[in-house]
Ligand binder design. Sequence first.
Ligand SMILES: Nc1ncnc2c1ncn2[C@@H]1O[C@H](COP(=O)(O)OP(=O)(O)OP(=O)(O)O)[C@@H](O)[C@H]1O
Ligand SMILES: [Mg+2]
Length: 269
Amino acid sequence: MSGPLDMRVVNLHKRFVRNAVLRGISLEFPKGQITVVMGPSGCGKSVLLKHLVGLLRPDRGEVWCGSTRIDNLPERELGIVRRQIGFLFQQSALFDSLTVRENIAFPLREHGMKLQRLIDDKVMHVLALVGLADTADQMPSELSGGQRKRIALARAVVLEPRIVLYDEPTTGLDPIRAEIINQLILKLSDALGITSIVVTHDLVSAFRIADRMVLLHEGKVVLEGTPAEFRETTNPLVGRFLRGEVSAEELAQIHKSSDDHRTGTTRTP
Ligand SMILES: Nc1ncnc2c1ncn2[C@@H]1O[C@H](COP(=O)(O)OP(=O)(O)OP(=O)(O)O)[C@@H](O)[C@H]1O
Ligand SMILES: [Mg+2]
């Protein structure tokens, strides 16, 4: 099987004890496109991504990967779906005791690949994709933060996934290194024809890479649409969010004032 796959969540609810994090999220992540998910810290962006790979199970609602419903799949069958999804975690999470080469080979071995030459070929292919072929025999501790992100990215795509989830891929990087990551996300999206879902705080990065944008707040979708629709939204508070000027209280107001969450019809409060 190859080619991109779409993903979809329907009326997703997730609560941790008294903390209702996702409160009815319905979203589509179209195949082959880059969807950027934004929202204030703690609004549930990482929790949403974890539902997309089955690391968390919803209290209510559905998660679909192509035509497969995955929120209720047994762990064993979930493994087959996960094979198609690359995940770049918020913390790069490389294994400190393994070389770059062995870090990237890890998912291949985990999925039963044994031929050393094939493993080496695949590792070197993705290392070249992220522009770090010469680091194969270094240890992660010898690399910069930006380089470690790129290695983690290489590891996330080494199984040739049809979907890649990125959690804050540019956070903590200076603008030049962030731009390298933006270009890589665009390149991987093009070169591998994958569906990309990117969680970010970084508005520059968001507008640079997005085909579609989603704004979450208090466990709900406040706004979704194209970057142009986000820029042109008539809601002044959303505009201020996009300029990084809006407080959580004001965002709550946006939410109350918009019956329809799609940008085209968002009303001014
Ligand atoms: N496994 C868990 N157990 C209990 N609470 C959790 C768990 N995972 C997340 N939460 C809570 O869910 C809420 C949303 O967390 P999440 O990590 O999704 O936020 P986020 O939007 O990704 O924030 P940030 O932008 O800071 O990464 C937070 O209040 C967090 O404390
Ligand atoms: Mg997060």
